[in-house]
Design a protein around this ligand. Structure first.
Ligand SMILES: NC(=O)c1ccc[n+]([C@@H]2O[C@H](COP(=O)([O-])OP(=O)(O)OC[C@H]3O[C@@H](n4cnc5c(N)ncnc54)[C@H](OP(=O)(O)O)[C@@H]3O)[C@@H](O)[C@H]2O)c1
Length: 326
């Protein structure tokens, strides 16, 4: 594994992080989930990205992850970076979602309880809540850090203007670190267009980008049609309607480039997301240990020729998806 520091004062993170959004709820096989988590650590993927609502049901992924942690990995806690988030609906009523002090701090306590932890390493505001002032959201994150319930604070899917405001508030509150988690892939480049990536680089804020394979679209998963055990077939994300003939034509040309580079499609997509040093880590999902092993190999080929890059741009710059663009 290779590690990059998240900004100026953030933690060292593996360039590939494991996300538990899909495949880690009660609908998944616990033995496979355990094998993937243990396999990740063996490969040096020591950053696990969760959220209060990952499941099913919401909270389910934290419970499953917590069980593996307690049974197998308790003694390794000091070598593992665990992230969670709050912001999407978790319980009924006005305090069950959003970016308020009440919601964020109550949700963090619930997450710690589900995972059996005293602290998480990164606690994120999962999305911008337009009804709550950023001052309130940021001061709740700062309090979580001061209380020792989170080592670092983060924001996810915030646009560049709100991010600048958060950075200023964080400095005023003496928060040593802020980490951003935006989506980013060959078919989803909003952080370049918005100026967010430039801003994070300039301000030395860590960037944990997510979904480099665009939920599996940028892999061989759908090249021969929708396979029965894929996320699209199981009614999860991605949705089958985006897998068009036009998309598959472009994907097979991307496959040819991957072949020439000696990579699989999944590897090429992960390497692409890591080519820019301002990206600290990319959070991936997998449904098997084999996928994980294949994907981790991508870290050895993050250099692209200008010819490769323009070939990728020619294929996909006009085929962009809106994935969590704020
Ligand atoms: N902050 C946020 O708002 C937010 C939102 C979404 C996600 N995230 C984070 O980002 C993480 C990753 O998201 P994601 O799982 O949607 O994105 P992804 O990494 O782009 O896609 C993962 C999917 O790609 C397929 N795949 C992976 N490796 C493969 C390989 N070698 N060959 C063929 N197919 C392969 C698998 O599909 P199958 O399962 O069908 O095999 C896997 O589930 C999440 O777990 C979460 O931690 C954050």
């Amino acid at each position: 594994m290779k590690y990059r520091q998240a900004g100026d004062a953030g933690p060292l993170l593996p360039v590939v992080s494991l996300g538990l959004w899909q495949r880690f709820g009660e609908d998944g096989d616990p033995l496979t989930q355990r094998a993937i988590i243990r396999g990740a650590l063996e490969l040096g993927v020591n950053h696990f990205d969760l959220a209060n609502n990952y499941g099913p049901p919401p909270g389910g992924a934290e419970i499953r992850f917590g069980k593996v942690l307690q049974s197998d990995l308790k003694r390794q806690r000091d070598s593992i970076i665990i992230s969670t988030k709050a912001g999407y609906p978790m319980w009924p009523g006005p305090h069950g979602a959003g970016g308020t002090r009440k919601h964020l701090l109550a949700s963090l306590d619930q997450s710690l309880g589900r995972m059996g932890l005293d602290y998480v390493d990164i606690f994120y505001s999962h999305r911008r809540d337009m009804d709550t002032p950023l001052e309130e959201t940021m001061s709740a994150l700062a309090l979580a850090v001061r209380q020792g319930k989170a080592r670092h604070a983060g924001i996810s899917s915030y646009n560049v203007a709100d991010t600048h405001t958060c950075i200023q508030i964080a400095r005023r509150l003496n928060m040593p670190t802020l980490i951003h988690q935006p989506s980013y892939s060959i078919v989803n480049r909003w952080i370049e267009e918005d100026g967010l990536l430039d801003a994070l680089g300039k301000e030395r804020v860590g960037c944990v980008s997510f979904a480099p394979m665009a939920q599996g679209l940028l892999s061989n998963r759908y090249l021969q049609g929708i396979s029965r055990d894929s996320r699209a077939a199981l009614g999860k994300h991605p949705k089958p309607k985006v897998i068009t003939v036009d998309f598959l034509d472009r994907l097979s040309l991307l496959q040819a480039l991957a072949d020439r580079r000696g990579q699989t499609l999944a590897q090429l997509s992960i390497s692409w997301a890591l080519k820019d040093q301002r990206v600290t880590s990319t959070a991936i999902g997998v449904s098997s240990v084999a996928q994980l092993r294949e994907n981790v190999d991508a870290i050895n080929s993050v250099q692209f020729t200008t010819g490769d890059l323009s070939e990728i741009d020619d294929l996909f710059l006009d085929w962009q998806m809106n994935m969590w663009r704020p």
